[in-house]
Design a protein around this ligand. Structure first.
Ligand SMILES: Cc1ncc(COP(=O)(O)O)c(C=O)c1O
Length: 406
């Protein structure tokens, strides 16, 4: 007899876990401190201002607001986002090239759908954002993993890979305060990456939801600002700077790529939630988004500093970690013999009551096990200090246990 499972598409095969499944460990102990989920702080959400904006949008537009509109989405909001990426990212574009999406996640999925055939070759930096891997996995691609350096993608390694695999058609990168490492790509590398794309003929998917959340400097020019051939798709989101429940992301694309993305968008969901986008447009008319972001930055900056201080004070020398100057995350590299998932279930949760995301799922081939992601947005600086002290102690034990006894 054919089982129902046999009727499912291979891409939904329940025997192959999604990169996104089981990602966030739970600890119900009252002492638990979570460094796992990458959620923004709820107490900083501008709920009252957004409620007023919904009211304004509905009052001003009446029943028509609830009618079908366009595949690209609310023109006022698109114009504001185009102006924002012009000002803060030096991308010259207009509302005509902006598409509103259901979070940045849908933008990534639409690009994957518009570009990838099953089995195509793509390059990703490693470690990388799990949600992007989940979207790409649907097309069963052949992945080429390119390591990150302190100033972003290792472009020598990328070029080497491109020479050996000239059929790579897409490169995915998170250049600003990267998830999961917090690393930012230098301006020089952004320019060189576009040169490589022009020479080796591939598309760049630039995913930048954290670009406004820098704690020491203003945002760098987007990779898209160096694009002269329409081969970079820029993706961002309002999830981290406003509220994820708005489910509002956006992309900037040109020419044939834009047309292909709009075509697959029609098949996906026809168009965006216009009521929400009209409300966000009204919110941006009545409020200073940059002032709101400044307040977020002041809070997150202190949390980020507490995390790096804790890692410095309580972790053994054998352990490496990044020093983010923006975003939500820090990446910790344990000695190779220490498995971060085993450490989580055997010591970090039961002994330290600290949770984090073990790093394996951030690698497309799930073949690296000694990294872990810490998110610092959910805890106060004091809680972060306590959590790092507790985690540092179990990491020390694990490192000592893994070292051969002489
Ligand atoms: C790098 C990156 N891209 C995209 C997203 C998707 O976010 P959303 O769909 O809420 O915009 C996230 C969320 O964590 C992210 O970290």
């Amino acid at each position: 007899m054919i089982m129902l499972q046999d009727l499912l598409a291979q891409r939904a095969n329940p025997d192959v876990p999604s990169a996104l499944s089981g990602l966030f460990p739970q600890d119900t102990d009252p002492r638990a401190l979570s460094f796992a989920a990458g959620s923004p702080r709820e107490d900083l959400f501008p709920v009252a201002a957004m409620r007023a904006a919904f009211d304004t949008a509905i009052t001003e537009n009446g029943a028509h607001l609830f009618q079908y509109q366009t595949a690209q989405g609310n023109p006022g909001l698109r114009a504001k986002l185009a102006a924002r990426i012009g000002k803060w990212g030096q991308v010259t574009t207009t509302a005509d090239n902006v598409v509103l999406t259901v979070g940045g996640q849908q933008a990534i999925e639409l690009v994957a759908k518009a570009v990838l055939n099953v089995g195509d070759e793509i390059a990703v930096e490693v470690p990388t954002y799990v949600g992007a891997l989940a979207a790409f996995d649907l097309y069963q691609p052949t992945y080429h993993a390119v390591p990150l350096q302190a100033d972003g993608l290792d472009l020598d390694r990328l070029e080497d890979t491109l020479k050996r695999h000239p059929r790579i058609k897409l490169l995915y990168t998170v250049p600003d305060y990267h998830n999961p490492t917090g690393i930012t790509m230098s301006i020089a590398k952004r320019r060189q990456l576009v040169d490589l794309a022009n020479r080796y003929d591939f598309i760049i998917l630039e995913d930048s939801p954290y670009r406004d959340l820098g704690y020491t400097h203003v945002p760098l020019p987007a990779i898209k600002s160096f694009d002269t051939a329409g081969r970079v798709v820029f993706v961002s989101s309002l999830s981290k700077i406003l509220m994820p429940g708005l489910r509002t992301g956006w992309l900037v694309a040109d020419g044939d790529l834009l047309a292909a993305i709009l075509r697959v968008r029609l098949a996906s969901d026809l168009e965006t939630a216009n009521v929400v986008h009209a409300a966000i447009d009204a919110y941006l008319e009545a409020n200073d988004l940059d002032a709101h972001i400044d307040a977020l930055r002041a809070n997150y900056r202190a949390q980020c500093a507490a995390l790096v201080q804790g890692l410095t004070a309580y972790f053994p020398d054998e352990v490496g970690y990044t020093r983010p100057d923006g975003g939500f995350f820090d990446w910790v590299t344990l000695p190779e013999e220490v498995d971060a998932a085993a450490l989580l279930t055997q010591a970090a949760i039961p002994q330290a009551h600290v949770t984090y995301v073990p790093g394996t799922n951030f690698y497309p081939n799930r073949d690296v096990h000694n990294g872990l992601r810490l998110c610092f947005t959910g805890l106060t600086p004091h809680e972060i200090d306590v959590g790092m002290q507790r985690l540092g102690a179990v990491v020390k034990q694990a490192v000592r246990g893994a070292r051969p006894v002489v």
